[in-house]
Design a protein around this ligand. Structure first.
Ligand SMILES: [Zn+2]
Length: 59
């Protein structure tokens, strides 16, 4: 089976916010179905405004 990378969730290490690709992120104008890796570099955590680098893959 192929791994479905696009469905992987990412967690903000600063506040615990979970980015769910199936939901996207309305505050960042991210449409549902967008993999975290495809979000713009300007993406900021909607809760604590942490940069994308502050997210880690949720396992
Ligand atoms: Zn955060």
């Amino acid at each position: 089976m192929e791994s479905k990378k696009k469905n992987e969730k990412y967690k903000c290490i600063h506040c615990g916010y979970i980015y769910d690709p199936e939901k996207g992120c309305p505050k960042n104008q991210i449409k549902p179905g967008t993999p975290f890796e495809s979000t713009p570099e300007t993406y900021l955590c909607p809760q604590c405004k942490s940069k994308k680098a502050g997210f880690e893959l949720l396992r």
